[in-house]
Design a protein around this ligand. Structure first.
Ligand code: SF4
Length: 341
């Protein structure tokens, strides 16, 4: 096993590309790699108007590769028996498009990709929910994965211990909206819409979202279920069940999680010294302007940290710029800093 890695090495900044303009924004703003998905249920950001058909994917990959930026393709939902071939076709298409790696979660699909395209790099998606080095090393032995994206449920010390016990590269989320359940296992939306992010690619499918507005304010509903009510002028996020306000024991509040964004800006040196090899920005559903802003700030921060980890401190304007585009205009370290796990 690699053990605790000495010093700080080059770390890849992995940025979201939900569209061709977003991909170009990420590439032009300093991404080392972008991640994207096809325009269907094979990836976990299956929203109308997002993602890439074959032609757009080809253009995007060419644009990135010409500028020395890698392209990772998310095929991270779970095929069902009746639509297995849709996922294998997506694997074959990605391989023919010359992507640099596939980000996958389903063991059957990992087996298919490893057997059919042995030279293609495989990354275990956050949707794979691998939170221990035993699980990660199992995926390495079985399918030859070269990287794992860690679910956002581990503390700093757990991340460090995990890296000490695996040769698989470790990527962590550095900024963006939080998914509070163990990714790949959340079925909250299934109770309300009959669809889950793990099989259909969206935890609040757009067809089920309704907004109502009158003089008293705005209300968001998912398949008729009230998720939140906003006073006139109060900002409202995209409605997902985990971030709704509900009445519990007579009190209306965020019952599961407040809308807030993860930001590791303050703690980059610790992560880099632990041996994290890639820092991921969440947000394929966000605008090209968002991607540009966050990529630019994280690029500056990473470069500053890599140049002088011991002297690193985030500039206050970086924090302000990121908070401005954060959910709830505030940030958190999430589980990384939680006393309980
Ligand atoms: S409902 Fe919330 S916790 Fe569940 S997958 Fe969606 S964002 Fe994650």
């Amino acid at each position: 096993m690699s053990g605790s890695r000495e010093g700080v090495k080059r770390v890849e900044l992995v940025c979201p590309a939900g569209s061709l303009p977003a991909l170009k924004a990420a590439v032009d703003s300093g991404a080392d790699a972008v991640y994207m998905g096809f325009r269907d249920a094979t990836n976990a950001r299956n929203f109308p108007g997002l993602n890439f058909d074959e032609g757009a994917a080809h253009k995007g990959i060419q644009y990135a590769h010409e500028r020395g930026v890698k392209v990772l393709l998310a095929l991270n939902t779970f095929p069902q028996p009746e639509n297995w071939s849709q996922w294998t076709r997506a694997v074959d298409l990605a391989a023919s498009l010359d992507v640099d790696a596939l980000i996958m979660a389903d063991p059957g699909l990992l087996r298919y990709a490893a057997a059919s395209h042995p030279d293609l790099r495989l990354h275990l998606s956050v949707q794979g929910s691998a939170t221990s080095y035993e699980a990660i090393n199992f995926y390495q032995r079985q399918f030859g994965i070269q990287r794992v994206v860690l679910p956002r449920v581990l503390s700093f010390s757990q991340v460090t211990r995990l890296i000490e016990n695996t040769d698989v590269e470790v990527e962590v989320f550095g900024f963006g909206s939080l998914c509070v359940m163990v990714e790949g296992r959340c079925a909250l939306s299934s109770y309300v819409t009959g669809e889950s992010p793990n099989t259909c690619g969206a935890c609040s499918p757009a067809r089920a979202v309704r907004w109502e507005e009158d003089a008293s304010g705005r209300r968001s509903r998912l398949n008729g279920v009230l998720i939140d009510s906003y006073q006139p002028g109060e900002s409202a996020g995209y409605p997902v069940l985990c971030k709704g306000r509900f009445e519990v024991n007579g009190r209306v509040d965020y019952a599961i999680e407040e809308p807030t964004s993860l930001s590791l800006l303050d703690r980059l040196p610790e992560l880099l010294k632990a041996g994290v090899v890639a820092l991921k920005i969440e947000g394929r559903q966000r605008s090209p302007a968002y991607v540009k802003q966050v990529t630019q700030v994280m690029r500056k921060a990473l470069d500053a940290c890599l140049a002088d980890p011991d002297g690193y401190a985030p500039h206050s304007e970086w924090v302000t710029q990121l908070d401005r585009v954060s959910e709830g205009t505030t940030h958190t370290l999430g589980a990384l800093d939680r006393a309980w796990q």
